[in-house]
Design a protein around this ligand. Structure first.
Ligand code: MN
Length: 203
């Protein structure tokens, strides 16, 4: 049976300070992200047991938990790689051209993603995604980890808008957290994902 594992952070806990505190990063990665990894593995075991026991009753509830935990694991793994102590600034090249084509300009895109993150009611994520059917970039406001997504869209850049992502440092001022995140966005990582998401030759 496949097992999910907690990836190491690509930098030290204090590497994103002052924008994200070491205390937040240690707790966020070691406790919160780990809980989704453990949750995904546990649900897989429970689905295995339900399948073997021909227990149809519990499958529906387990599928909802599976979507939650796997999506939490996927998004946190992406979030760590989207950030870097050497990040910040603005995208360049094809990614910048794509942003200009689908959002007008970088400033407008940045404002839209910040607004998507800041206006989530409850827990969720703001996301820049490549949507392959329309062959365009979209911003999405994901609820929890898995709701209000667009099926098939490939996440390129995500901002965690759960309280656990900012509350120790920013308290009720979550918009300040999202503004700070722009200082550590790893545009090289986002650009690589953009290149990989698109069929070759497509701009
Ligand atoms: Mn989180």
């Amino acid at each position: 049976m496949p097992q999910y594992t907690l990836p190491d952070l690509p930098y030290d806990f204090g590497a994103l300070e002052p924008h994200v505190s070491a205390a937040i990063l240690e707790l966020h990665h070691g406790k919160h992200h780990k809980a989704y990894v453990d949750g995904a593995n546990k649900v897989l075991e429970q689905l295995d047991a339900a399948r073997r026991g021909n227990d149809a009753v519990h499958v529906g509830a387990l599928e909802r938990m599976l979507a939650f935990h796997v999506s939490g694991h996927v998004l946190h793994s992406l979030f760590w790689e989207n950030l870097s102590p050497k990040g910040g600034g603005e995208p360049t090249g094809e990614l910048l051209q794509g942003i200009q084509r689908d959002f007008g300009d970088f400033r407008g895109f940045r404002q839209q993603l910040t607004q998507a993150a800041s206006t989530i009611m409850g827990s969720g994520w703001a996301m820049l995604a490549w949507e392959p059917v329309g062959a365009r970039l979209l911003t999405l406001q994901v609820h929890d980890h898995q709701s209000s997504t667009a099926q098939g869209a490939v996440p390129l850049l995500v901002f965690d808008a759960w309280e656990h992502a900012y509350y120790l440092q920013y308290r009720n001022e979550k918009a300040k957290f999202f503004e700070a995140l722009w200082n550590v966005v790893n545009w090289g990582d986002v650009a690589q994902r953009y290149t990989r998401a698109r069929p070759s030759g497509r701009h």
